[in-house]
Design a protein around this ligand. Structure first.
Ligand code: ATP
Ligand code: MG
Length: 578
């Protein structure tokens, strides 16, 4: 490709509406252009990246025994009625009416379509198992499209669906997909952690997310991961073992104490000169319109999703001060916010595991301007019947699976795998006949990869102040040749010769034949992120060219006749490294 022909433009300024690095760099380097909110054109450079990721996915999916097909984007309402999701899916489902007044969805995912297809095509256990996948544009009317293609409304996804005759069969299919996913991301140069994503408590079926740990502030999810083993989890589910805290307060005597206007944990620690971990904190939540008390050690935070799952609520939020005052009258809290405690209150109470070990602690007793000090469970107070893990795990906590320590980083979910079981096949009456001639619903799994999101995640993970550092496996081109001065016939002649020889070796090469200052060309090469740059400039007087590796910044001066073999070697090395 000649740079003078390449359809692209780099921007010097960072567009103001791009918050995260991948979005900024994709815009600046000419990979994407926005059409409307959450909808982007993939420019030729981007499309090359997406095709490379897609091809890696195809190779690994095919090797795992899956077959590619392509289903329509337009999906009739009737199928979504069968599964019950026409109502349940909510506003993310883009609904469009055709000229006959019939309603359709723009596919956000394809469980309904594939289930209906397999229901019609497969009748017998002999035809199973089967795993079908596609790579296609999806549409979701996301409430907050943001971060460019990381969370778009229209985006490229690989979705696969497995059909088995038994749970064991599903387990095998699931396992195969999890292995294929690990290989896919590795080949894209991305280290991922497989994170279990069902809550367990609410009995959801098994699913796992594949997370790229970005090690930067970008990414939508906080992920806690172990520095020693492979444990990793979304912060709203992560479990941890707390480091021992100072739980034995300075109070030897159990008694009520005057605490005038002392409301917050911070106030209490200052007032008594104690650590927050000597306090049993009481928080009031409203869960499905009913108050719930959560007790937790004073230095820790409640994770609302965990609490919500523990009490099986649909909706949960912290009560406002005015609400607490109102509840005070209704439920006999009998105190202002800041002095609430569990004693004598007739609402559901959940204690975090962290409170079990508390000794001689401080706690609210529903009397304004008073707290109880030197309290102990089993003596002045009863430990709540319901004790569970409802706390936010923190970096520095110990791993729940080994003796490592947890660290926190931002993570990007690039893929996920679900055991669907018979969720769709039962509702949609998608059955096969088993060995005994009995009708049974298909046992299904579904497996997604965000193709466009993976490209963005790769940039989040690998970039520097100058631009993108593509892994060789997914870079739009392997190499760029920069003749420093295109008007210099000697330089240009050698650049052209190298270009020809690299192309002959099937190396995807761009020649920057623009009549631009070398500074501009070098800047663009770094911004676009070509993994290898070959400079034909003043070193040619010694018969040498300069080769620079984008990922490490390493420079090599080699004889021009050895340039091609050096480039081949570097490409091999980079591909093996991924
Ligand atoms: P998220 O929790 O990020 O919304 P999801 O659980 O809705 O993701 P799936 O429905 O399982 O995701 O989709 C499969 C994959 O598609 C995800 O793992 C993600 O990589 C990608 N994906 C989902 N929504 C988007 C989006 N709005 N933009 C880009 N990629 C997306
Ligand atoms: Mg989503």
């Amino acid at each position: 490709m000649r740079m003078t022909n390449l359809f692209f433009a780099t921007l010097r300024e960072t567009p103001s509406d791009a918050e995260v690095v991948s979005h900024q760099l994709m815009l600046r380097a000419g990979y994407i252009r926005k059409l409307t909110s959450g909808v982007y054109t993939y420019m030729p450079l981007m499309w090359k990246v997406l095709k490379k990721i897609s091809n890696i996915i195809r190779e690994e999916m095919d090797a795992a025994g899956a077959q590619e097909l392509l289903m329509p984007i337009l999906q009739p309402e009737e199928l979504w009625e069968e599964s019950g999701r026409w109502q349940a899916y909510g506003k993310e489902l883009m609904r469009v009416q055709d000229r006959h007044g019939r309603m359709n969805a723009l596919g956000p995912t394809h469980e309904e379509i594939i289930t209906a297809l397999v229901r019609d095509e497969i009748k017998s256990y002999r035809q199973l198992p089967v795993n079908l996948y596609q790579i296609q544009d999806k549409f979701r009317d996301e409430i907050r499209p943001r971060f460019g293609v990381l969370r778009g409304r229209e985006f490229l996804m690989k979705d696969a669906y497995s059909f088995d005759t038994s749970e064991e069969g599903l387990e095998t299919s699931y396992q195969k997909m999890s292995e294929a996913y690990t290989r896919i991301f590795k080949r894209c140069g991305l280290e991922t952690r497989m994170v279990r994503s069902d809550s367990g408590a609410i009995g959801g079926s098994v699913s796992h997310e594949f997370m790229v740990l970005t090690k930067t502030a970008s990414g939508e999810n906080d992920v806690l991961y172990c520095d020693t083993c492979t444990y990793a989890a979304n912060s709203n589910r992560a479990e941890s073992v707390m480091p021992p805290a100072q739980t034995d307060g300075k109070f030897s005597e159990a008694k009520e104490a005057e605490t005038p206007g002392v409301k917050s944990i911070e106030d209490l620690t200052k007032f008594f000169g104690i650590e927050p971990s000597c306090i049993c904190k009481t928080l009031v939540y409203i869960a499905d319109n009913k108050p719930v008390l959560a007790l937790i050690r004073g230095d820790r935070t409640v994770e609302e999703i965990k609490l919500k799952n523990v009490i099986n609520a649909n909706e949960i939020r912290i009560a406002g001060n005015a609400e607490i005052e109102e509840l005070t009258q209704k439920f006999g809290f009998n105190a202002q916010p800041g002095f609430i405690g569990p004693k004598g209150i007739d609402v559901q109470i959940v204690g975090d595991e962290s409170i079990k070990e508390l000794k001689n602690f401080v706690i609210g007793i529903n009397v304004t301007n008073k707290h109880f000090v030197g309290a102990n469970w089993g003596a002045e107070f009863n430990l709540p019947k319901k004790i569970a893990d409802i706390r936010l795990a923190l970096a520095g906590d110990f791993c729940s699976e080994c003796d490592g320590k947890l660290e926190i980083t931002k993570g990007i979910e690039v893929g996920n795998i679900f055991k669907l079981g018979t969720k769709y096949s039962e509702k949609m009456k998608a059955n096969f006949t088993d060995e005994n001639g009995k009708e049974k619903p298909f046992i299904m799994g579904c497996y997604g990869i965000g193709v466009s999101r993976t490209a963005a995640a790769a940039i989040e993970r690998y970039h520097d102040k100058d631009g993108i550092q593509w892994n060789m496996a997914i870079a739009p081109y392997h190499a760029v040749i920069v003749p420093v001065n295109v008007k210099d016939e000697f330089q240009m002649g050698i650049a052209e010769e190298l270009y020809k020889r690299l192309i002959e070796k099937n190396i995807e090469t761009v020649i920057d034949d623009r009549d631009e200052r070398p500074g501009v060309k070098f800047k663009d090469a770094d911004l676009i992120g070509f993994p290898v740059r070959i400079t034909a400039g003043k070193t040619l007087s010694e018969g040498m060219v300069e080769i620079k590796l984008r990922s490490t910044g390493e420079m090599f001066k080699v004889l021009k006749d050895e340039a091609v073999s050096k480039v081949v070697e570097l490409i091999k090395q980079e591909l093996c490294g991924s």
